[in-house]
Design a protein around this ligand. Structure first.
Ligand code: AHR
Length: 324
């Protein structure tokens, strides 16, 4: 069933590392009793991503999956190179979290022609041809944005007058940036006082969030709310707000998405006001889907991650037991 050829590895400008069970002789093929997965990760841009990478690597080890892992450093061309390398190595299955939504058709067709199934994990692609991948495992990002907006609508219900929101967007063209914006805008449309007065990308990084927030604080009077598409950008914004002599969570309210340890700590301290959870622990589900797909079993076209949201009080309760 599984491919076991030992094709030479494509010259790699990428850091491709093998981990998990199974042999990697000649750089290709699967182990005797397990499958080989090529995993093309986005990068290491956030606490969420670090937790996601660890989850995938730990679960692969546990499941006896021979994992070939690459870090694309948030560049689509690096992910495409990594996927082509996995095709060349004739892995049993390819999984990846697309850095941006568009531009995948050609490489996905190459994988399909090579008869290698592809699983999208965390983020999706906008390809019209859904036969190019077997399933998409990940969060409902529109729903996450909606939860953030719904909280703000409720929180501002008793406030009169305009409320100025600045938005720190994720990576331009990435599914979570597009969808979290869409969901949030749809929710705040319920209250005409809520206005997004500035919106720019901070690329899902803490330094990006800080830099963009510094600019917003200089050029935008009366900022009431920051909506950051992830915790890291929100944490960067906190640094900028404090440096400007304002109190995050009080002078300027902050809403973020992810609920990683650093974000939850800031939430429990009242520096963030609300966090919508995005669960990075996708490893076990991914290995399960991979084994089924490689065995030729049917899998659901979409597997949605279950998630919640937290207030400062709830953060205090769960912080000690948080896994990531
Ligand atoms: O795709 C998931 C998003 O990517 C996370 O919310 C963010 O932290 C990460 O960089």
């Amino acid at each position: 069933m599984f491919k076991k050829s030992f094709v030479a590895v494509v010259a790699a400008t990428l850091a491709l590392t093998a981990c998990g069970g199974g042999s990697d002789a000649g750089g290709g093929g699967g182990s005797d009793d397990g499958i080989t997965m090529g995993f093309a990760q986005v990068g290491a841009e956030s606490g969420w991503r670090t937790a996601n990478t660890k989850s995938v690597q730990d679960s692969a080890k546990e499941a006896g999956v021979d994992l070939k892992f690459s870090d694309a450093q948030q560049k689509q061309e690096n992910q495409i190179k990594a996927i082509r390398s996995y095709i060349q190595q004739q892995v049993d299955v390819i999984a990846f979290s697309p850095v941006v939504e568009s531009g995948w058709d050609t490489v996905l067709k190459e994988a399909k022609d090579a008869d290698i199934p592809v699983i999208l994990t965390d983020r999706s692609v906008d390809s019209a041809d859904t036969s190019l991948y077997k399933t998409f495992l990940g969060s409902d990002f529109v729903e996450e944005g909606k939860k953030a907006g719904d909280w703000l609508v409720q929180d501002s219900a008793s406030t009169d007058g305009p409320i100025n929101i600045v938005e720190l967007q994720g990576t331009t063209g990435a599914a979570p940036a597009i969808d979290r914006k869409e969901g949030f805008e749809a929710a705040i449309a319920a209250d005409p006082d809520l206005k997004i007065v500035q919106s720019q990308t901070g690329d899902f990084t803490r330094s990006g969030g800080k830099q963009v927030m510094e600019a917003f604080l200089k050029n935008t009077p009366d900022i009431d709310v920051v909506y950051a598409h992830n915790d890291d950008m929100g944490l960067g914004a906190i640094e900028a707000i404090e440096a400007a002599g304002k109190v995050p969570g009080k002078d300027i309210k902050i809403i973020t998405v992810d609920a990683v340890k650093d974000g939850m700590t800031a939430l429990s301290e009242g520096k963030i006001n609300y966090i919508v959870e995005c669960n990075p622990l996708l490893g076990d589900q991914l290995m399960d889907l991979a084994e089924k797909v490689v065995a030729g079993e049917e899998v659901p076209a979409r597997v949605v991650t279950e998630e919640s949201a937290f207030t400062p009080e709830q953060a205090k309760e769960v912080l000690a037991s948080r896994e990531y």
